[in-house]
Structure formats: structure tokens, C-alpha cells
Design a protein around this ligand. Structure first.
Ligand code: UFG
Length: 331
């Protein structure tokens, strides 16, 4: 049987597909290539180009392929963009989940592992954030994903579709063999932007705000390596296959790094000066987001291999420095 990876041409999805293939798993990828790259899809996976909001497209896949479980990455994920284009997020993310769950129900697909986010917690009441903490998102992206979690909850009750929601904190890094990496157009994430400055593709880093309620005034985030994240999804599939109940897990490292600390770490890894300036706050950014991730470790048996941001940045730097134009497949 195969795993369907929706969004398998994107940054995290493509690393998931690579990990599954390397574990000997048959993989089918569905992606509309709106933000993903054909070249990122592992050649051992079978690729269907289309949109998960298209019911006929999903029916074709579920009719043709023997799908056991869906891993769902096919969503928009840029916090500031969601502030200016909220309906785009509710349409693709939240709306896409309706079509996907309906198709899964009608084709009797029982398991889904879902990319949720720390953004569902909003401004946390205490740190590190636990899975049982209140979820009050402060941006449309976080709300779109919280609505998707709640839809899965009720689809489980009504149709028995079991889910694992994995709430990612800040994902970074690239496959250590340097074959695939992070390439968004335009890029908005901190680590690739810092590395683009190191490469000379940008003049300087703008640090968005230094007056937050954090030790050095810049936002604090919890960085997790993309391959460790992919491993957690494989464990989540096994957890569901073993007959366990639907559940939600944080995926982070339990350690926070400020934007200034990430800049320093990147200077050390790359050996480049990486000029930076302080710029105004970016809308939608909570002060700090750090995960309590002992639940994923204890229940799923997750054992992340990268616990040092320098090592995470080093794998990203390997990809960036060997692929200065990214996948180079844009029009
Ligand atoms: N930042 C800068 N300058 C930049 C880019 C980012 O200072 O040029 C700052 C941001 O303001 C923020 C931090 O770097 O303080 C991290 O920003 P990212 O855009 O890299 O990531 P976010 O924390 O906004 O969001 C990421 C994912 C979301 C996820 C969230 C969970 O993109 O999908 O982590 O923590 F929900």
C-alpha cells in the first residue's frame, strides 16, 4: 500500500517523500506546484499534478492507487501573507481540508497525518507550550490550521477517520546529502533569508523588531530540523496503524533562539559577516514560541537527531551554497 503525500513538492513535503522512500515505502505525491517544485519530488514517488480542492482529481488518485494513509502538507504557510490575504488561507487551507476529508470518507481511507502549527496557539500564556494549552491564534494562517484540526476531530467522530496533528514550530535545514532544500519564491523565512545575505543575494538582513518582551528584544523561536520532522510523520503513521486514537503533538526542540542569536549562529557556520539592521515589527509575530515536545518523544518515540541550531543551519547552508539559484524552475 502507498502513502499519499499532499504537497510533496514543497519544502517539508519533499523531505517527507525522500524519508518515506528511503524507508522503502511506496509514495504517491499530489501537488498543484503553486509553491512547490517538480525537481524536488523524489523520482521514486508517483506524481499527480493537481489541486486537493478538486474532488475529481482526488477521486482519480484514490481510484487508481492503493492508498493507506494521507500526509497533508498542501497548504499555504506564510504568517505575514495571511494577514494581508486571509481569504486565500481559508480557501486553500481550510477549504482544501473539506474536500480531502470528504474524498477520504468516500474512499474509506482511515488515516491522516496533518501539518499543523505553533501558530494555532497565538500568544502563549506560558512557555514551553504544551499540547493542552489554549489555542487562540492571532493570525489567519494559525486560525485556518486550527479550523482544520477541528474538522478532523469531527470527521473522526462521524466517519472514523483517525488523525495525528503535528504542530510544527520553526522548521529549517535541508537533507544532509544536499540533494533537496528550501526554495520559496519569494522567500520570507529567517534562516534562508540570512543565508541569502551570506551568499550575497541580498545586501542585509532586516530584523523585524527589537522591542519584544524577550531577553534581547527580538522574537524567540524553536527550530527543528526538517528531516527530524519527517521522521516524526513516519512515527505518526505507525502510531495510527497500531490502532491508537487521534492525537496532537508539538514538534520542536524545547529550546528557544532569538533572531539575533540565529544571525550569530549563521555567521559562525558560514564564516561570512552577514550585515543586519533593525527594522519595524512584522504584523502577526508573537514574542516567543517554544515547544514542550516530550509528548512526541514519549508517545511516538520521536528522537530528533539535530539539537544544535548550528548543525541545522549547516545543512541549509550546504543546499544554499551548492544551489545558488534554488531549483531554478521559475518562469
Ligand atoms: N524575521 C526577520 N527578518 C526576516 C524574516 C524573518 O526578523 O527577514 C523574523 C520574524 O519576524 C520572526 C522570525 O524571524 O520573528 C521567524 O520568522 P519566519 O518567517 O522564519 O517564521 P515564523 O515564526 O513567522 O513562522 C514559522 C512558519 C509558520 C509556523 C511558525 C511556527 O513559517 O508556518 O513558524 O512557529 F506557524
Amino acid at each position: 500500500m502507498a502513502i499519499l503525500v499532499a504537497g510533496g513538492a514543497g519544502y517539508i513535503g519533499s523531505h517527507m517523500v525522500k524519508d518515506l522512500v528511503e524507508h522503502g515505502q511506496d509514495v504517491v505525491v499530489a501537488d498543484n506546484l503553486s509553491t512547490g517544485h517538480r525537481a524536488a519530488i523524489n523520482p521514486k514517488a508517483k506524481f499527480y499534478e493537481g489541486d486537493i480542492r478538486d474532488r475529481k482529481f482526488l477521486d482519480k488518485i484514490f481510484d487508481n492507487e492503493d492508498i493507506e494513509a494521507v500526509v497533508h502538507f498542501a497548504a499555504f504557510s506564510i504568517v505575514p501573507e495571511s494577514m494581508s490575504k486571509p481569504l486565500k488561507y481559508f480557501d486553500n487551507n481550510t477549504g482544501g481540508m473539506i474536500t480531502l476529508l470528504e474524498a477520504m470518507r468516500d474512499h474509506h481511507i482511515k488515516y491522516i497525518v496533518f501539518s499543523s502549527t505553533a501558530a494555532t496557539y497565538g500568544v502563549p500564556e506560558h512557555m514551553p507550550i504544551k499540547e493542552t494549552d489554549p489555542q487562540n491564534p492571532i493570525n489567519p494562517y494559525g486560525l485556518s490550521k486550527l479550523m482544520m484540526e477541528k474538522m478532523m476531530h469531527w470527521a473522526d467522530k462521524a466517519y472514523g477517520i483517525k488523525f495525528v496533528a503535528l504542530r510544527y514550530f520553526n522548521v529549517a535545514g535541508a537533507a544532509p546529502d544536499g540533494t533537496i532544500g528550501e526554495d520559496h519564491g519569494p522567500e520570507t523565512h529567517l534562516v534562508p533569508i540570512i543565508l541569502q545575505v551570506a551568499q550575497g543575494k541580498r545586501d542585509e538582513l532586516s530584523i523585524f523588531g527589537d522591542d519584544y518582551n524577550t531577553p534581547d528584544g527580538t522574537n524567540v523561536r524553536d527550530y527543528v530540523h526538517v528531516m527530524d520532522l519527517a521522521d516524526a510523520h513516519i512515527l505518526a503513521i505507525k502510531y495510527l496503524e497500531a490502532g491508537n486514537d487521534s492525537n496532537a503533538f508539538n514538534l520542536g526542540s524545547s529550546t528557544g533562539f532569538s533572531n539575533k542569536q540565529m544571525l550569530e549562529a549563521a555567521r559562525e557556520v558560514t564564516g561570512k559577516p552577514i550585515p543586519a539592521k533593525i527594522a519595524p515589527r512584522r504584523p502577526g509575530d508573537p514574542d516567543s514560541l517554544v515547544a514542550a515536545s516530550d509528548k512526541a518523544r514519549n508517545v511516538l518515540g520521536w528522537d530528533p537527531k539535530y539539537d544544535d541550531v548550528h548543525d541545522i543551519i549547516a545543512t541549509a547552508w550546504k543546499w544554499h551554497s551548492t544551489h545558488p539559484k534554488g531549483y531554478d524552475d521559475r518562469d
